[in-house]
Design a protein around this ligand. Structure first.
Ligand code: ADP
Length: 628
């Protein structure tokens, strides 16, 4: 139980850690997301600013190149001979016409929009687009700054609107000197309308503003002649007075300054454009500018900032996604770890339970083992006791058998001994009485009795010796005949008729003459004994050839063998006869003899009563097999 509690407390400790870890994760994630947003914004802005810088370079160089083509032209023209001549005699039509043609040619070749010659009051004497022979032109440039600058003896330059074509132009003016004074001014007008078209682009605007902040060249035509910041009154009056632009309103463009500063600063800033209310439509731009010191102009580029914002947004979304994925992975790992720890805790509990169970089981087994060992010891003791008892029993049964045998033997021998003694005494008495014949018959009786005693002893010897005389081919019918002859006296005495059914042509069997004869003597003797009290006394002996040899049966008309002792009749010392009449060795000896011949002896009872002993002996031709 303690092992389960331990991971549980560890789990609550871990759960307590989850909240602070999550808070830290959220704070760090917010910082990462913000940082990523700002970083991506900076990166994208830097890229846009680099693009701005190169575009600005191009525009400025283009402008500068366009103007520098014409910057020295007025000075060059002022050195022409025809100009001082015309200035000296402005009413000389011939000289004026020659100059007019000359200026027309030069304007054509140089690409200038027009070339003017002004007198020292600012009135036009002639120009490149005048027609020779025409009336004198009426153009008055006396208030134009470029004229005033030239009259001060320096290069006059200025942007302005052409009063006749209304096109935007740039004017260069150079004084024409006569001795110490300035007799007139040569003016070159450069076309500027054609500079804008290449600037048109969807993602940025280009503005060229003058020193007052008035937009005079722009990629957005509706912004033309508007100011980028509110114009002060004196500047407005000056511009109106000069008539530099064809407007008087100079309405400020709807720019609002970005957080980083305004237009006055050279530092690039982010500004916002939109409606006056600054509500519905607006666009953010990244603004960069370049000053053109020669002309006092500023070139501004307004690059659309939505790409930057989109880039920042994408990066923020990517960062959030990555952090979410990270969170998911971390949650997954956390979950797995938790499950693993739980599983390990369960396994640990199971292991401990198993250990306890194994311990219990081992204890049980040890107890069982001890019990088993005790039982084995007990059994060994019992076996030893049994063995002792068996030995004692065997000994006891041996003693009993010996006692029985001794009793039988002594009776068997005592009877003829007593008879011999009385025969001998009688023989002595008859000899004394001179009756030798009677004495002789007594002596014959003695001889018969000794023969009987010898038979008894021989039987015992046969049983004990277990003779091993080799078998040989013998005719069974002879053995049967001899046995009958031997027992003829007893058979006749007992009134038994013998019925023999023994063919003469029976094949020889493997046996021994005497032992085979003994077999039949034993069987016939038992039959004689069994039929002692039988009303009908017949002994049947039937023999016939058998596939493996010869079969012979000995049947009597006695009471037969009780079923329950059928198995026991062949046991040694089994006898139902009174002491002195039988020793229980006859059938045992017979069984042994038949077995040694390789034959079989069985006992059964005939239907009509009486015992049937059947002996089967192997034929001589099967001798080898039998021997085996
Ligand atoms: P014994 O004749 O000395 O008793 P045996 O071994 O010859 O010993 O016989 C054992 C016993 O078998 C006999 O005592 C008898 O009970 C029984 N027996 C033998 N032959 C017959 C028979 N033909 N009929 C009935 N019983 C028999």
């Amino acid at each position: 139980m303690t092992s389960v509690r331990k991971p549980h407390s560890a789990r609550t400790a871990r759960n307590r850690l989850v909240f602070p870890v999550l808070v830290i994760y959220v704070v760090v994630s917010a910082a990462i997301v913000l940082g990523t947003g700002y970083w991506a914004r900076d990166q994208a802005e830097t890229a846009v600013r680099e693009r701005n810088a190169s575009t600005l370079n191009l525009v400025v160089e283009n402008l500068r190149g366009e103007l520098s083509k014409f910057i020295y032209m007025p000075k060059l023209l002022s050195s022409l001979d025809s100009i001082p001549r015309v200035l000296a005699a402005p009413t000389d039509r011939n000289s004026v016409d020659v100059l007019t043609e000359e200026l027309g040619n030069i304007a054509n070749i140089s690409g200038a929009k027009a070339i003017y010659l002004l007198d020292d009051t600012g009135r036009e004497i002639t120009s490149s687009h005048a027609t020779p022979g025409d009336n004198a032109p009426t153009r008055d440039s006396s208030k134009q700054p470029y004229f005033l600058q030239a009259m001060e003896g320096r290069l006059g330059r200025q942007f302005g609107i052409d009063p006749t074509s209304r096109g935007r132009s740039y004017f260069f003016a150079h004084p024409v000197r006569r001795q110490t004074s300035i007799a007139g001014v040569v003016v070159i007008q450069v076309e500027m309308d054609n500079l804008e078209p290449p600037w048109f682009s969807a993602d940025r605007e280009i503005l060229v503003v003058d020193e007052h902040g008035i937009v005079f060249l722009t990629s957005r035509p509706e912004w033309r002649f508007r100011s980028i910041s509110k114009l002060d009154t004196s500047s407005r009056e000056k511009l109106v007075r000069e008539g530099r632009y064809a407007t008087r309103s100079f309405e400020p463009l709807p720019f609002t300054e970005g957080p980083a500063g305004g237009f006055a600063r050279l530092e690039p800033v982010v500004i916002r454009t939109g409606s006056k209310a600054g509500t519905t439509t607006h666009a953010d731009f990244v603004v960069d500018e370049r000053l053109m010191p020669d002309s006092g102009w500023r070139v501004l580029i307004l690059a659309n900032a939505h790409g930057i914002q989109r880039q920042a947004l994408i990066s923020v979304i990517a960062a959030i996604s990555a952090l979410l994925i990270l969170l998911l992975i971390a949650a997954n790992i956390y979950q797995r770890r938790r499950r693993l720890i739980e599983r390990m805790a369960i396994q640990e509990t199971a292991r401990q339970e198993l250990e306890v169970r194994v311990l219990e089981r081992t204890q049980n087994l040890t107890e069982t083992n001890t019990k088993l060992r005790d039982e084995i010891d007990e059994r060994h003791r019992a076996e030893a006791e049994l063995k002792t008892t068996q030995v004692e029993l065997v000994q006891a049964s041996k003693m009993a058998a010996l006692g029985q045998m001794a009793a039988g033997l002594s009776h068997e021998l005592n009877q003829p001994l007593a008879a011999i003694r009385s025969y001998a005494e009688n023989a002595g008495a008859f000899l004394d009485r001179q009756q030798p014949d009677t004495a002789r018959s007594n002596l014959l009786g003695i001889a018969e009795l000794t023969e009987r005693m010898a038979r008894i002893i021989k039987n015992l010897r046969t049983y004990s010796r277990n003779e091993q005389v080799p078998a040989r081919p013998v005719l069974l019918q002879n053995a049967v005949q001899e046995a009958c002859s031997l027992l003829e006296g007893r058979l006749v005495k007992a009134g038994i008729s013998v019925q023999l059914d023994v063919p003469d042509d029976l094949p020889p069997v493997m046996a021994g003459d005497v032992r085979l004869q003994q077999v039949f003597v034993n069987l016939f003797s038992n039959a004689i004994d069994a039929m002692k009290a039988a009303p009908e006394k017949i002994l049947f002996v039937r023999a016939m050839a058998d596939p493996g040899g010869v079969q012979v049966s000995v049947q009597d008309t006695g009471p037969g063998v009780p079923e329950e002792v059928l198995e026991s009749v062949f046991d040694p010392f089994y006898s139902t006869k009174d002491v002195g009449e039988g020793m229980g060795l006859g059938l045992s000896i017979t069984y042994g003899i038949v077995r040694r011949f390789g034959g079989v002896i069985t006992v059964s009872n005939a239907h009509e009563g009486g015992a049937v002993f059947t002996v089967t002996l192997p034929g001589a031709e099967y001798a080898d097999e039998a021997a085996e």
